[in-house]
Ligand binder design. Structure first.
Ligand code: HEM
Length: 148
């Protein structure tokens, strides 16, 4: 009967090991959302504040924003980034194609804006991983924004 007990203990031990390994794996794959890793709404608000100030001072592109209602623009941008990064917000602004239609935005204009955003993210020491994830979320919008 000794071997039966040994077998039972062996099976039990194996079960526990497999169970632990599975839990560990699940924990490793269940990463926090980009929104949480960025630092949630307060961090995104701080990023947008700094970014919009840079755009406003950027002589390559600030002419586009000459008649912009800045507080409303910032609020929309915050909601958009919050939602796109997996946060609890809902973007209620217009779609990117409609908003930017007729502005004649070029590749160079787009790149200048991204440069300003990267400068902000670097200032706030956003890690490379989160920085590139955020840029990857915004990148696909380019086709609806650049029209020239
Ligand atoms: C990924 C890049 C971009 C994103 C995510 C973005 C996002 C937005 C959002 C959320 C709005 C507000 C929409 C609304 O009012 O309903 C907006 C408006 C606007 N965007 Fe962009 N944008 C981008 C690139 C650009 C570029 C490259 C330019 C020009 C250089 C630009 C110029 C403007 C202007 C002038 C407005 C209108 C502001 C107003 O209401 O007066 N955007 N954008």
């Amino acid at each position: 009967m000794q071997w039966k007990r040994r077998l039972a203990i062996g099976v039990l031990t194996l079960g526990i090991l497999v169970g632990c390994a599975t839990t560990g794996e699940q924990m490793a794959t269940k990463e926090k959302s980009l929104y949480d890793r960025l630092g949630g709404k307060p961090a995104i608000t701080a990023v947008v504040d700094d970014f919009v100030a840079r755009v406003a001072a950027d002589r390559r592109i600030n002419r586009f924003f000459a008649n912009t209602d800045v507080p409303s623009f910032k609020a929309k941008l915050i909601d958009q980034i919050c939602e796109a990064s997996g946060g609890p917000c809902k973007y209620t602004g217009k779609d990117m194609k409609t908003v930017h239609a007729g502005m004649g935005i070029t590749d160079a204009d787009f790149n200048a804006l991204v440069e300003d955003l990267v400068a902000t993210l670097d200032k706030f020491k956003v890690p490379e991983k989160e920085k590139s994830e955020l840029l990857a979320v915004l990148g696909p919008m380019k086709k609806d924004i650049v029209t020239r």
